[in-house]
Design a protein around this ligand. Structure first.
Ligand code: NAI
Length: 465
C-alpha cells in the first residue's frame, strides 16, 4: 500500500497549491482529483468566465466604443464557437500547467474519487480500475463547493442553467433571466448582454452585490443598467417551467403582495454555492458538518485527528485566493512553521465593467462597528490616464480611521480595478495609513494615481479634484 505524508483530496486552487507547498517543505504528497486538475476555478469558474469577459468586452468595444477612438469597423460579427474554443484552450493549457507543476514538485496525482476510510486511510475510486487504498499521515480535504439549487428551479443543463452551463452556451440566448445579482449573476449577465442577449436579473435583496460597499455597488448597478442589463429587486424566483423551448420563471415580491412571470430562452441560477462533502467518509473520522453543511475546523484548519480542511468547504468568503492562502498556511503549520491567513486583508473583485475591487471594511461595516472614520473619494473622470483610455467610469474610495488615519478599507470601481487593489492590500498588511499612500510615488500618468488622490482626499487635499 502506498504511503504518504499528506494526501490532499481535491485539486482546486486550495488543494493543488497546498500539495505543491507541502512537497516544497519535504513531504511525500499525493493529490486525489476525480475531474481535471484545477478544480472549479480553473475548469468552470474564475478562469473560463474571465476569458469570456475579456472576449465579450472586446466584441462590445468593437461594436460600440472603438469609433470614439477613430477606428471605424464594418461588418463586425460574432463567432461564438471560436470565442468558446479560445476559452476552452485557455482552460486546457492552465490545467496542463497544474499537471506540469505536480510533476516538477513530485506531487503524485491520483485520479478518482477520494473517500476517507478511517484515520490515515483514503480510498481512491476511478472508473475502469479497482479501488485503491493509500495510507496518509495527514489528510487535507479541499473539495470546494458546487452551485446551490433552488428546489423548484432544478438545473436541467438545457434551459435552467448553473454557471457551469452558463459559460458554455452554443448560441447567444435572445433573452436570459439571471436569478441572483451576486458575483456570478453580474459577471455572466455582463458576458451574455455584451454578446447580444436581453438580460433580466431577479434579485431578492434591494440592490446588487449584498456584501459590497453600498455606494460602490449602487454605482456599478447604474453602470450595468446603462449597458442594458435590467434588474428587478426585492423578488424571489419561485419556480420555472419549461415548454416549447422556452422557460417561464415565476417570481413573488418579497412582501408577498405581487407575483409575476417572465419568459426567456434560458435562466441562469446564481444564488450562491454549497460545500461539497458527499461520499467523503467524514463519519469514519468523526467529523460532523455544521448547520450549513461546512466542515468545522480549528485555527490550524484541523477537523479531526490527522484530518484538515481548507477553502470553500470550511465556509467563509468563497474565493480561490482565500483557499490558496489557507492551503499554504495549513501545510506550513503541519511542517512546524508559522502559517497564517490575514482574512482582514483578503481582496475581492467583481470582474464586470467597470470592475469593483475591494479590501477591508465597507462603509456600512465601519458604521455598524461604531468606528470613527474619514472618507476620501476620487473620480476616474479626473484621472488623466483614464481620460486617455476612455475609461472614466467609477471612483476610488478610501476609508481611514479618523483618529489614527490607518486604512480601514478601499473600494475601487474602475477599469483595471483588479490590478490596482493590491497596493492597498499591501498597505493594509503593514497597518499603513492613508498618508502612507498619499506620500508614495505613483507614476504619471497611470490609473493608480486615483488611489493616491483618494488618499489625499481623506485629508481634504486632493490636487486634481
Ligand atoms: P452570491 O452569494 O454572490 O449572490 C447570490 C445572490 O442571489 C444574492 O444576492 C442573493 O440575495 C440572491 N438570491 C438568492 N436566492 C434568490 C432567489 N430565489 N431569487 C432571487 N435572488 C436570490 O452567489 P453567486 O453569484 O452564485 O456566487 C457564488 C460564489 O462564488 C460567491 O461566494 C463568490 O464569492 C464566488 N465567486 C467569485 C467570483 C469572483 O471572485 N469574481 C466570481 C464568481 C463567483
Amino acid at each position: 500500500m502506498s504511503q504518504y505524508d499528506l494526501v490532499v483530496i481535491g485539486a482546486g486552487p486550495g488543494g493543488y497549491v497546498a500539495a505543491i507547498r507541502a512537497a516544497q517543505l519535504g513531504m511525500k504528497v499525493a493529490c486525489v482529483e476525480r475531474e481535471s486538475l484545477g478544480g472549479t476555478c480553473l475548469n468552470v469558474g474564475c478562469i473560463p468566465s474571465k476569458a469570456l469577459l475579456d472576449s465579450s468586452e472586446r466584441y462590445y468595444a468593437a461594436r460600440h466604443q472603438l469609433s470614439r477612438h477613430g477606428i471605424r469597423l464594418e461588418g463586425v460579427s460574432l463567432d461564438l464557437a471560436a470565442l468558446m474554443k479560445r476559452k476552452d484552450e485557455v482552460v486546457k493549457q492552465l490545467a496542463g500547467g497544474v499537471g506540469f507543476l505536480f510533476r516538477k514538485n513530485k506531487v503524485e496525482h491520483l485520479p478518482g474519487h477520494g473517500k476517507i476510510l478511517g484515520p490515515g486511510r483514503v480510498e481512491v475510486t476511478a472508473r475502469g480500475v479497482p479501488p485503491r487504498v493509500v495510507q496518509a499521515r495527514n489528510i487535507l480535504i479541499a473539495t470546494g463547493s458546487a452551485p446551490s439549487e433552488i428546489p423548484a428551479l432544478r438545473f436541467d443543463g438545457a434551459h435552467i442553467l448553473s454557471s457551469t452551463e452558463g459559460i458554455s452556451l452554443r448560441e447567444v440566448p435572445t433573452k436570459l433571466i439571471v436569478v441572483g445579482a451576486g458575483y456570478i449573476g453580474l459577471e455572466l449577465g455582463s458576458v451574455w448582454s455584451r454578446l447580444g442577449s436581453e438580460v433580466l436579473v431577479l434579485e431578492f435583496l434591494d440592490g446588487v452585490l449584498p456584501s459590497s460597499d453600498r455606494e460602490c455597488a449602487n454605482a456599478l448597478q447604474k453602470s450595468l443598467e446603462k449597458q442594458g442589463l435590467k434588474f428587478r429587486f426585492q423578488v424571489t424566483a419561485q419556480k420555472a417551467e419549461v415548454a416549447g423551448g422556452k422557460v417561464k420563471v415565476h417570481w413573488t415580491s418579497r412582501d408577498g403582495r405581487e407575483t409575476g412571470v417572465e419568459a426567456a430562452d434560458k435562466v441562469l441560477v446564481a444564488v450562491g454555492r454549497r460545500p461539497v462533502t458527499d461520499n467523503l467518509g467524514l463519519e469514519s473520522v468523526g467529523i460532523r458538518l455544521d448547520a450549513r453543511g461546512f466542515i468545522p475546523v480549528d485555527e490550524r484548519f484541523r477537523a479531526a485527528e490527522g484530518v484538515y480542511a481548507i477553502g470553500d468547504v470550511i465556509g467563509g468568503i468563497m474565493l480561490a485566493h482565500k483557499a490558496e492562502e489557507e492551503g499554504v498556511a495549513c501545510v506550513e503549520l503541519l511542517a512546524g512553521r508559522s502559517g497564517h491567513v490575514n482574512y482582514a486583508c483578503c481582496p475581492s473583485v467583481v470582474y464586470t465593467h467597470p470592475e469593483l475591487a475591494s479590501v477591508g471594511f465597507t462603509e456600512e461595516q465601519c458604521k455598524s462597528q461604531g468606528l470613527a472614520y474619514k472618507v476620501g473619494r476620487f473620480p476616474m473622470t479626473a484621472n488623466g490616464r483614464a481620460k486617455g483610455m476612455d475609461e472614466t467610469e467609477g471612483f476610488v474610495k478610501i476609508l481611514a480611521d479618523a483618529r489614527t488615519d490607518r486604512v480601514l478599507g478601499v473600494h475601487i470601481l474602475s477599469a483595471h480595478a483588479s490590478d490596482m487593489i493590491h497596493e492597498c492590500v499591501a498597505v493594509m498588511e503593514f497597518h499603513g495609513s492613508s498618508e502612507d499612500i498619499a506620500r508614495g510615488f505613483h507614476a504619471h500618468p497611470t490609473l493608480p494615481e486615483a488611489i493616491k488622490e483618494a488618499a489625499l482626499a481623506v485629508d481634504g487635499r486632493a490636487i486634481h479634484a
